[in-house]
Design a protein around this ligand. Structure first.
Ligand SMILES: [Zn+2]
Length: 249
């Protein structure tokens, strides 16, 4: 039953992903996300509805604009696919409840932030601050207690300390993103932070192996790794936390 429901969620997930692509392309440039409609990132030509079907159109046109032949980056279908799978995952995991809406908002915000951070190396306040506030209020209303506020303060404080200790590494955007993670995950947020840091180590070590000492100046955006940790912790945080404690004992 829930699996069928989750499959139904794929279609609106693709549509939301398509909208997130518009947000990711325009918000860093401070352009309206409502008007005009979708346009080619190369030539600016408006994209007809039949070429604007999420995922399908990109595959049919082999990642190129029909008007100018310019490349439409793989980021576009990737954002659509990730949004669809995450929305379906939320419905599958949480069913049709208030928690599902909060989890979906959280996941979609992480997708948008990752896409923007990868391309522009910034995490917009206009996404993370309102999402952190909404998630904190919703979680506290759904499951009353200080867990969500403490999670946000703890995760934000931890990354703030890291950003102050290593100014070249993390930015204030990462600190604000940690607020979102903490408000959503509560006591399992350390799982997200730990997984995010471990995942970010992989490209950092690759850069170090390739470029030696000069790799220290090549920053890697930390947002997508935090987001990855945040998604894994949402779906598997409690079992991972229990596994960790039983190993530690
Ligand atoms: Zn074009």
């Amino acid at each position: 039953m829930d699996l069928a429901l989750a499959a139904v969620a794929l279609a609106p997930g693709l549509a939301l992903g398509s909208f997130l692509n518009v947000v990711a392309a325009r918000m860093p440039l401070r352009r309206s996300i409502i008007r005009p409609g979708s346009a080619c990132p190369s030539c600016g030509e408006a994209i007809a509805w039949r070429d604007n079907v999420p995922l399908v159109s990109w595959l049919a046109l082999r990642g190129r604009c029909r008007a100018c032949g310019g490349v439409i980056p793989a980021r576009y279908p990737a954002v659509e696919l990730a949004s669809a799978l995450l929305l379906a995952g939320c419905v599958w995991r949480f069913g049709l409840r208030g928690e599902t809406a909060v989890a979906a908002l959280y996941c979609l915000a992480l997708v948008a932030v990752s896409a923007i951070d990868l391309e522009h190396r910034l995490i917009p306040n206009r996404i993370v601050l309102p999402v952190a506030a909404v998630v904190l209020a919703a979680q506290t209303a759904l499951r009353p207690g200080p867990e969500w506020a403490l999670g946000a303060i703890g995760a934000g404080g931890f990354l703030l300390a890291a950003a102050l200790a290593y100014p070249g590494g993390m930015g204030m955007g990462d600190v604000k993103l940690a607020l979102v993670l903490g408000a959503m995950l509560g006591r399992t947020v350390p799982v997200a932070l730990l997984l995010g840091m471990l995942a970010a180590l992989v490209p950092a070590l690759v850069l170090l192996a390739r470029h030696g000492r000069s790799a220290r100046r090549m920053g890697i955006p930390f947002g997508p790794f935090l987001a990855l940790g945040g998604v894994v912790a949402l779906f598997a945080g409690h079992p991972l936390l229990h596994a960790y404690w039983s190993l530690a004992r």
